[in-house]
Write a protein of this length. Structure first.
Length: 185
């Protein structure tokens, strides 16, 4: 089975999302999501929301948020924050040129091969049965490819952009699994 750059929102349950919100240190603007969390999530489940995918679909735009608020009694403000949080589980791909430390020619070689962003390179390398053959095929060094895959993995994490991914990588953290193994002190 192929590894995907994103989680499958239809397989990520609302219960998992709730537990994640309870356990995680949220950014200051989203801390209020913990207010009445149990009640609000019971209401969401009562409205047929079972997965992250269901939630993203139900709160897709301002009009849907307004309608959902009216029918559920959950405030539009809360639902708007919840939509932002839900969408953060599906990070946007980062153009490879946004990662610092690479030569223009290597990025251009990758682009010529159709690899233009973090998702492309991550899925290509992770799902390739012979990743060792890729540097020669793509016109990049194996070190560059390894580093780009690591950076691409790191930017999938909540709150990690290309600059922070570079800092983490340079500090010796080369993957999400390594990043998750560290606890804040």
């Amino acid at each position: 089975m192929a590894v995907s750059y994103l989680i499958n929102p239809s397989k990520y349950s609302l219960q998992e999302l709730k537990n994640d919100l309870l356990d995680r240190d949220l950014i200051p603007s989203r801390i209020s999501l913990k207010d009445d969390l149990e009640t609000n999530f019971r209401i969401l489940e009562g409205k047929g929301i079972q997965t992250l995918g269901d939630l993203i679909t139900a709160l897709k735009n301002k009009n849907k948020i307004g309608e959902f608020s009216s029918s559920s009694g959950i405030s539009e403000k809360y639902l708007t924050l919840l939509r932002r949080e839900a969408n953060s589980y599906l990070p946007n791909s980062v153009p490879l040129e946004k990662f610092s430390g690479f030569g223009t020619s290597e990025i251009q070689n990758l682009a010529a091969a159709g690899i233009k962003n973090s998702r492309h390179i991550f899925e290509l390398v992770i799902n390739n049965p012979d990743p060792g053959s890729l540097p020669a095929k793509l016109g990049v060094s194996s070190e560059t490819l390894t580093e780009l895959v690591g950076l691409s993995d790191l930017v999938r994490a909540y709150g990690v952009g290309p600059a922070f991914a570079r800092i983490l990588y340079n500090a010796g953290i080369h993957s999400i699994s390594e990043f998750r193994s560290y606890t804040p002190q």
